[in-house]
Design a protein around this ligand. Structure first.
Ligand code: NDP
Length: 330
């Protein structure tokens, strides 16, 4: 039974040397337990934060202990009356091929309603983050301008499509020509900016958003956030969802001082973690499912094969190798 451990806390960008593969005996489920076989593994930027020895909204990983993330697993043996052999479950599980669980924190997922992988993306935390961040903090209104960074990624691509459903001008920021073409052609974004080939992001945002920015959904932080803030309209809302451009920084760079920007334009800037809105997951998932069925929304996945590929798939997020949700199929 293969297991992936955190070997070192990375300094800067994670590398394969920070992970260790080890073998353990396949576990046996005791009374009340189930045996799970890992099927689909979600790799996510926030896992980088858990590799630091820092207090956050979720406990840091321990060196020498298994990594974990959102996983879809199959129940292959059950001594628990709530689960049957052949069920599929979704939950925060360890990077192991097989593991036992007493079922706490696991949700059954139905492969007849949606492809299982979708529960790690559009119908999982990714979709919830996009939908609830926009709804609860962005309070996006028809005809407003929505700017989103990380726009070809799992969260960003959903954010932009919701903006189009709501009747907004949607502008995306992403890191390659292929990505900016894709989000306009496949997802209907009105304009897109390649931040890697643009010298002056402040000017580029102004040009793509002639009426200014009403809502900025920030997935990346850093200089792109600074440039977006300079373009916000009066009563604009900034949703601090993520700051991937800073996750690997050893020393946090100083940005422009933003106090007067926010005051002059009465801007609301609010961070959140999707778990703040757990009670709203049901309605959000229902809405996203309806949009999927009605073909109002679609999604991209980058699917990598093999248990041994999990660490590299995670590292590749920081090089933008994924389009849409990055998933490893085991
Ligand atoms: P993505 O699918 O967007 O993957 C990460 C993407 O980030 C890459 O594809 C890459 O795209 C981009 N990126 C990598 N490095 C940089 C950089 N230095 N500057 C700018 N962009 C970069 O991941 P998710 O959709 O899962 O997550 C998006 C953000 O949302 C992350 O910051 C994540 O931490 C956050 N998040 C927050 C949650 C919350 O509860 N608040 C929940 C889930 C996610 P490109 O080619 O465009 O550079």
């Amino acid at each position: 039974n293969s297991v992936i451990l955190l070997k070192n806390r990375p300094a800067g960008k994670p590398s394969l040397k920070d992970f260790e593969f080890t073998e353990e005996e396949k576990p046996q489920p005791t009374e009340g337990e189930i045996l799970l076989k890992t099927k689909y593994v979600s790799v996510d930027p926030y896992l980088r934060g858990r590799m630091r020895d820092e207090k956050s909204y979720i406990e840091p990983f321990e060196v020498g202990k298994p990594m974990e993330s959102g996983i879809i697993a199959e129940v292959v043996e059950s001594n628990n009356k709530n689960f049957e052999k052949g069920d599929f479950v979704n939950g925060m599980l360890q990077w192991k091929q097989f593991q036992t669980s007493n079922g706490t924190g696991l949700n059954k997922v139905d492969s007849k309603k949606a492809p299982l992988k979708a529960y790690l993306g559009i119908l999982g935390l990714t979709g919830m983050t996009a939908y609830l961040g926009l709804e609860k903090i962005g309070k996006l209104q028809k005809d407003e301008t929505l700017l989103v960074s990380g726009a070809a990624g799992a969260v960003g691509s959903v954010v932009g499509q919701i903006g189009k459903i709501k009747g907004c001008r949607v502008v995306g920021i992403a890191g390659s020509e292929e990505k900016i073409d894709r989000i306009q052609e496949k997802f209907g974004f009105d304009a897109a900016i390649n931040y890697k080939t643009t010298d002056n992001m402040k000017k580029a945002i102004a040009a793509a958003c002639p009426k200014g920015v009403d809502v900025y959904f920030d997935n990346v932080g850093g200089e792109i956030l600074d440039a977006a803030l300079a373009n916000m309209n009066k009563f604009g809302r900034v949703i601090n969802c993520g700051a991937i451009s800073l996750y690997n920084e050893i020393k946090r760079p100083m940005g422009p001082r933003v106090e007067t920007t926010l005051i002059k334009n009465s801007i609301l800037m609010q961070g959140f973690t999707v778990r703040d809105f757990v009670k709203d997951f049901g309605p959000a998932q229902k809405k996203l499912s309806e949009w999927l069925e009605d073909d109002k929304i679609s999604y991209l996945e980058t699917v990598v094969e093999g248990f041994e590929s999990i660490p590299q798939a995670f590292i590749d997020l920081f090089d933008g190798k994924n389009k849409g949700k990055m998933i490893v199929v085991v």
